[in-house]
Design a protein around this ligand. Sequence first.
Ligand code: B4P
Length: 192
Amino acid sequence: MFNLILFGPPGSGKGTQSEKIIARYGLKHLSTGDLLRSEIAASTSLGLEAKTFMDKGQLVPDAVVIGMIRSAMEKNPDAKGFLFDGFPRTVAQAEALDQLLAEKGTSIHSMIALMVQEEELIKRLLNRGLTSGRSDDTNETVIRARIEEYQNKTTAVAGHYRALNRFAELEGEGGIEEIFSRIAGEIDKHLV
Ligand code: B4P
């Protein structure tokens, strides 16, 4: 298996680049943001609970997202690898993910982090909010709260994989194809 984490602040291009990565490399895409939004759309109790956090720009509790990832992995026993997008976002989530993969006899091969300046993130998310219908993309105060959550709770996850020597940081500004070429160059180093 080849397992990759795409990492970066909200609006850094994780969702955008994930689509291109799965198309080229055939990995199973697991986005906690997408999984949570489908729970919200189906009005499940998990979705209704998650929405109260997401609408404030806060992270959803670890136990909820870890349980969701566990069941998504169990539904895909034949995947040739996973692309984790938006997960892990806390050190506790990273430790749980390492454990889940160890149970399958595998591990994370690489974490790729996209670097984007804060003002560019805000511009992209407000722009997406014009059409996405996402309540967390339309209010600049909520967007800034998401970025603050990232700085306070999520950046530490990079240190976890850096310590394992499985971390690469790439420029996340520029054209979408140009950024994808950088990501593919990094992935290919692990596949040759
Ligand atoms: P997510 O759904 O993960 O969303 P995101 O971080 O906002 O966005 P992403 O980074 O994927 O967006 P993209 O850049 O592709 O999280 C939403 C919320 O769910 C969180 O705030 C949290 O509450 C909750 N949550 C999710 N996972 C969780 C977890 N593990 N633990 C706890 N809570 C969790 O797109 C942004 C925009 O930029 C798009 O419009 C795109 O078109 C544009 N764009 C992309 N690349 C561009 C480029 N190169 N140039 C210009 N624009 C670009």
